[in-house]
Design a protein around this ligand. Structure first.
Ligand code: GTP
Ligand code: MG
Length: 452
């Protein structure tokens, strides 16, 4: 991969569309513009960042390819920091391939690798790594909450938090190094103590940020909600009702569902996966059902939230195997409330239970609100931006460990103390891409779908 080459790619999605955008970035972008606009060229160089309507031709054959808009973004004030040309053409397959083929025949041009435009933007200092990740998340975002989180990250909120921590560390490091370099001279007496205090405060902030119950990661990946309960309680009926699709087979035979059935939903802007599972029972059932029950239990354990469904016909005696699984991360539901009044109190293991009917829809609105409230509580970061990747978490843990070592050893030599601060600052720098990231860039940008 030649990093100095001029690169091009379809920047909009594949498939037939009214408009498609082809982007070119690099030193040849100006020549590409001139080539494709031919004699009609209205010198967009004099009109940077303005749309110019033009006929577009194949520079080799002179054949007309399309009529479209051309926009010229001279570097460094462009997305990648290089000269960039954009062609907004009709989004038909033949138009797009005509333009891409014409570009591929031009000297010094090649197709962009996945994520290469964004990688160049990062390498030219247009955005830090967290912002680049935010951009990838924004393109992937399927729900409103995901979009908000991604946009905040793209706009640099998370990067700014880490960068300000790193600056505070570097300033404490400068003080520690002053103690090493000028130990015999008269430095202010409390300089080491002040640095230590500053680091203790910072360590606290990082610990708080890490103790976020994986909010940001959950929002990125979606939350897993397992529907569990005894056979025939109406779990599959509830899944079908909540997802408004006929996904799971419903029947009066106990043990109908065996495999885990998953449905992805946008719940009030939050991404969730609802998993219907085999009814839990300890006795009976064939080998297939037993395997289904094993999977159901595993799903229940792995899920972020459980919906425990009980059969209202047996109320007030809840099924003991399922009741044993009701905890603070479980919403208890008593189904089939259409069959008769349920005896109060509606409560299982001290957790309030909701009465619903998957048949008539009674109580479903309250159930949805209760689930949405729990889900929002598990994913909302509130005021501060949340870390969104395991990569961030690992680097922050490294940082915290180094700070812990520094704080534990007041009698430690100033040289060792400074080394720990340096390691902590490096760990933070890795998140934003300031230091030590060459080895991970390929992995980070390979996953981008932009520029493919
Ligand atoms: N009256 C009434 N019947 C219901 C309700 N919900 C489900 N049923 C009936 O209860 C039976 C079992 O429903 P399912 O949704 O298959 O129950 P399940 O919990 O998925 O059962 P398994 O997959 O066997 O574990 C079916 O005959 C449903 O029509 C309800 O709210 N009221
Ligand atoms: Mg079922």
């Amino acid at each position: 991969m030649d990093p100095s080459a001029t690169i091009f790619a379809l920047a909009s999605g594949g498939g037939r569309a009214g408009v498609a955008v082809v982007r070119v970035s690099g030193t040849q972008a100006g020549a590409v513009l001139a080539g494709l606009m031919g004699a009609e060229r209205k010198a967009p160089e004099t009109l940077p960042r303005q749309a110019v309507f033009s006929r577009l031709i194949d520079p080799t054959s002179g054949e007309g390819l399309d009529n479209g808009l051309v926009i010229w973004f001279p570097g460094p004030a462009s997305f990648t920091g290089e000269d960039v040309a954009e062609f907004h053409v009709h989004g038909g397959a033949a138009v797009i391939s005509g333009i891409l083929n014409a570009l591929s025949r031009m000297d010094g041009l090649r197709t962009a690798e996945p994520g290469e435009f964004t990688r160049r933007a990062f390498e030219n200092g247009k955005m830090d790594l967290t912002a680049a990740e935010g951009l990838a998340d924004l393109v992937e975002a399927e729900t409103e909450a995901q979009r908000k989180q991604a946009l905040r990250q793209l706009e640099g909120e998370l990067g700014r938090v880490y960068e300000s921590w790193r600056e505070r560390l570097l300033s404490a490091l400068a003080h520690s190094e002053a103690v090493i370099d000028f130990s015999d001279e008269d430095l202010p007496e409390d300089i080491a103590a002040t640095a230590r205090e500053e680091i203790a405060g910072l360590e606290h902030e990082i610990a708080d940020h890490l103790a976020d119950k994986r909010r940001g990661e959950r929002l990125r990946d979606g939350l897993m909600i397992a529907i569990i309960g005894p056979p025939n309680a109406g779990k599959s009926s509830l899944l079908n009702l909540l997802s408004q699709r006929d996904v799971a087979i419903v029947s009066e035979t106990a043990g109908t569902t065996r495999d885990v059935i998953e449905v992805h939903l946008d719940l009030g802007g939050y991404p969730v996966t609802l998993a219907d599972t085999a009814g839990l029972r300890d006795d009976g059932g064939d080998a297939v059902e037993m395997e289904g029950i094993r999977r159901a239990r595993r799903k229940a354990e792995d899920a972020d939230l459980r919906l425990a469904v009980f059969d209202g016909q047996h109320w007030p005696v809840p099924d003991p195997s399922t009741a044993a699984l009701v905890d603070a991360d479980t919403l208890a539901v008593i189904n089939k409330c259409d069959l008769g009044d349920l005896q109060a109190p509606l409560e299982i293991n001290g957790q309030a239970a909701l009465a619903v009917s998957a048949l008539t829809g009674d109580g479903i609105y309250d159930l949805l609100s209760a689930v949405a409230k729990r889900v929002a509580g598990m994913m909302d970061a509130g005021g501060s931006p949340a870390l969104t990747r395991a990569r961030h978490r690992e680097a922050l843990q490294d940082c915290r460990e180094a700070l812990g070592r520094y704080l534990k050893g007041p009698e430690m030599s100033p040289e060792l103390a400074a080394e720990d601060l340096r390691l902590a600052a490096r760990a933070l720098g890795r998140i934003t891409g300031r230091v030590d990231v060459d080895d991970i860039l390929d992995v980070i940008f390979r996953d981008f779908c932009i520029g493919k």
